[in-house]
Write a protein that binds this ligand. Structure first.
Ligand SMILES: O=C(O)CCC(=O)C(=O)O
Length: 268
């Protein structure tokens, strides 16, 4: 695990996550936000983009701007330069190599808006959605704005990456909750940690880590760009993979050129 500091390696093993402060530069974050807002406006104007998937923010359907009505845009990594360049940044691939080994695919990319008034995502484990073999997926959450106590930061339960996938979940019962939100029932969250992050900080987290985000009760947007990676040749055991797009990014420890053709899903 040479690309990691001792502290990061210890946190990965003990807690199931670590933070790399200042990983994304302000110009990059600005470019990501501008590009995603441009995409939101183009989609709203009727541009056909079958490669992308859009998830509306149910509670903000009346918002004045196209981006203000959105919660997430998925699958931005393959075709959109700024998101592909970040996903294949050699500094990031070095970190992932240290955590996951030398053969890695990126299978999920999503820009997450959290506008004022948007609900957070309840306690969940990403592996509940993934169901992959081996279950060694890693998420990276890039803060595109500061994540503050009021604007809906992430919360995590340190050490929960050692738990099995919790099957006792319910659909988020809150009126206006977004599609696919589920909440783990009955698990101890007394050790939860709030992840306050500055714009540009990167959270690297294990797919079994229990985490949630809270509602945005501030008057500013919170935004994050989130990618998920998996060892090459991972088997997918569940139909939830509809928003995935498998892209080889690292082979034998060397960055792989992004192929315009998707890798077929390796269904189990
Ligand atoms: O950014 C958020 O508000 C929630 C993100 C999250 O929990 C996830 O991507 O799994």
């Amino acid at each position: 695990m040479t690309a990691l500091t001792e502290e990061q390696r210890e946190s990965w093993n003990a807690n199931g996550y670590f933070v790399v402060p200042g990983f994304g530069q302000p110009e990059l974050l600005q470019k990501m936000i501008e590009r995603i807002e441009d995409l939101a406006r183009r989609l709203d104007a009727g541009e056909e983009r079958p490669d992308l998937l859009v998830s509306p923010e149910n509670l903000l359907a009346e918002a004045a701007t196209p981006e203000g009505r959105l919660s997430k845009i998925f699958r931005v990594m393959r075709s959109e330069d700024v998101f592909r360049e970040f996903a294949t940044d050699p500094r990031l691939l070095d970190i992932l190599d240290a955590v996951m080994g030398p053969d890695i695919d990126c299978f999920l990319s999503q820009f997450i808006f959290k506008h004022p008034g948007a609900l957070g995502q309840p306690w969940h484990q990403d592996e509940w959605y993934f169901r992959m073999t081996p279950p060694e997926q890693v998420g990276v959450w890039l803060a595109c704005t500061d994540a503050t106590p009021d604007n809906g930061p992430l919360w995590v339960v340190p050490g929960s990456h050692r738990e099995v996938v919790h099957e006792d979940v319910v659909n988020d019962p809150r009126p206006g909750a977004n599609m696919g939100y589920v909440e783990i029932q009955g698990a101890d969250t007394s050790q939860e940690q709030q992840m306050l992050m500055a714009a540009g900080d990167l959270l690297v987290f294990h797919c079994h880590l229990r985490h949630r985000s809270t509602d945005n009760v501030s008057d500013g947007m919170r935004a994050a760009m989130v990618y998920h990676y998996s060892p090459a040749e991972t088997v997918v055991n569940h139909e939830f993979g509809f928003n995935h797009d498998w892209v080889a990014v690292l082979r034998d420890g060397a960055p792989a050129a992004v192929d315009p053709t998707p890798i077929p899903i390796n269904w189990g």
